[in-house]
Design a protein around this ligand. Structure first.
Ligand code: GAP
Length: 446
């Protein structure tokens, strides 16, 4: 039985434009589209995968590489199913599901308000709890003893491997274990393009701390994470922190915040930051019989570390970056669409464009591109008119374009065009690399 997406609150025209741009330019498109797609699954095109990699790299750099208190791991997507019993997912990782008695479409019970089915006086079945974990079988026998789950989060990998990381590194609390990887949730109502997916990617940090320091670290990480989003270019006035109400908190949680972004469909969760207490490690210690405590040999005390967890979806961060960068402007009576990506994550940083396909323009442009390629993310393009090529580079968010023109052979210089200010500077070919480095650096700091 197929589930139906909710008629989203006012479907924002901006989202439609963005999804169309994403497809036209190769950021993302429906998975297996030639077969009609599959709801909640999306593919990433050449620009999309570069943008994602840049976001993941920025996260990994800030969370793991630039710190001495966090290590990274990568754990399997399918784990011993006892993991999910101990973590509480088998019992509690559910959403209330209702079915319209007329058309048999299924909805999340908490989302039927305002739904046209409700307005039509449609009747719904009583809600039943629907577990969001995808099931599969390990090995050739498809019986219950072989049943396993695709992980709905990466976090449990960090808890289950806690003792292995502790004994194989010199880490001691406060310290963190980070992971980037795919997760799967059989969401009842995926939607808003890549906002809510059934297959998505998570960037999670489990930060293990002495029990008395938990709230201090929650404060620390919420500031740190707000700063990170701004560091990849998200406008500060579009971000806010929302503390969870008592009714939203898991029974074991001491506190939690959502980093929210003002999406075209309203303020919604971008990232979750939670103080999880000792819940996870204690649950796995009890279920596995393995000791997951830490002995502090200076204070001579043993405790189960508490956990502060910032968890961000790669896809959700990517959608935020795209929405935040999207601008429509009028330039000399013409409309232009421009993605104002931060230069650190822009899929292409500099485009090299020969004004015509004549020699020596092409050879010079190719040589310039070849020289710049090791230092920047470059693209060479000699198709279409120069106006169309600029428009394309604006639409894919390339901060700079270098045009090799008929003068270049005489003055050994090229035009450097800035995406945002649309200024054009004449730069000697030999200085292009330095000029770009300076400008990209200045943009990053701005
Ligand atoms: N281990 C904690 C955890 O998984 P979560 O709040 O369920 O927490 C964290 O998810 C983040 O993952 C969310 O803030 C969002 O960025 C992203 N996320 C969650 N469900 C998602 C989905 N169905 N599609 C895309 N991203 C999702």
């Amino acid at each position: 039985m197929a589930t139906a997406p909710l008629p989203e609150r006012e479907r924002a025209p901006m989202m439609e434009k963005l999804v169309s741009l994403a497809k036209r330019r190769g950021f993302f498109f429906q998975s297996s589209e030639i077969y009609g797609g599959l709801q909640g699954f999306w593919d990433f095109g050449p620009l999309g995968v570069t943008l994602r990699n840049n976001i993941k790299r920025a996260w990994w750099r800030a969370i793991v590489e630039l710190r001495d208190d966090v290590v990274g791991i990568e754990t399997s997507l399918i784990m011993n199913p006892r993991t999910w019993v101990a973590s509480g997912h088998v019992k509690n990782f559910t959403d209330p599901l209702v079915e319209c008695k007329k058309c048999h479409q299924r909805f999340r019970a908490d989302q039927v308000k305002g739904n046209r089915h409700e307005e039509d006086g449609g009747e719904f079945t009583e809600p039943r709890q629907f577990n969001l974990m995808f099931k599969t079988f390990v090995g050739p026998a498809e019986d219950s003893s072989a049943q396993a789950y695709l992980r709905p989060e990466t976090a449990q990998g960090m808890f289950v491997d806690f003792a292995n990381v502790l004994s194989s590194t010199r880490m001691r609390p406060p310290f963190g274990i980070a992971q980037v990887g795919k997760a799967f949730r059989n969401e009842i109502t995926p939607g808003n393009s890549i906002f809510r997916l059934r297959e998505f990617e998570l960037m999670e940090l489990e930060y293990f701390v002495p029990p008395a320091e938990e709230m201090k670290w929650l404060e620390y990480w919420k500031d740190e994470r707000m700063r990170w989003h701004q560091g990849i270019g998200i406008r500060p006035d579009k971000l806010r922190l929302r503390p969870h109400g008592k009714d939203e908190l898991a029974h074991y949680a001491l506190g939690a915040f959502d980093v929210e972004y003002e999406f075209p469909f309203g303020w919604s969760e971008l990232e979750g930051i939670a103080a999880r207490g000792e819940y996870d490690l204690r649950a796995h210690q009890e279920a596995s019989g393995r000791d997951l405590s830490y002995f502090d040999d200076i204070k001579r005390e043993r405790y189960i570390p508490h956990v502060v967890e910032p968890a961000l979806g790669v896809d959700r961060s990517m959608l935020t970056v795209l929405i935040d960068a999207y601008h429509e402007e009028e330039v000399r009576g013409e409309q232009r669409v421009v993605l104002r990506f931060h230069p650190s994550i822009a899929p292409i940083q500099v485009a090299i464009l020969p004004l015509s396909r004549k020699e020596p323009l092409m050879a010079t442009a190719q040589r310039v591109e070849h020289e710049l390629r090791p230092h920047f993310r470059t693209e060479y393009d000699d198709t279409q008119s120069i106006g169309k090529r600029y428009r394309r580079q604006d639409e894919i968010g390339t901060p700079y374009a270098i045009t090799i023109d008929f003068e270049t052979a005489n003055d050994q210089a090229a035009t450097l065009r800035a995406r945002d200010a649309m200024t054009q500077d004449r730069i000697p070919l030999g200085h292009l690399r330095e000029a770009l480095r300076e400008r990209l650096h200045a943009d990053k700091e701005a």
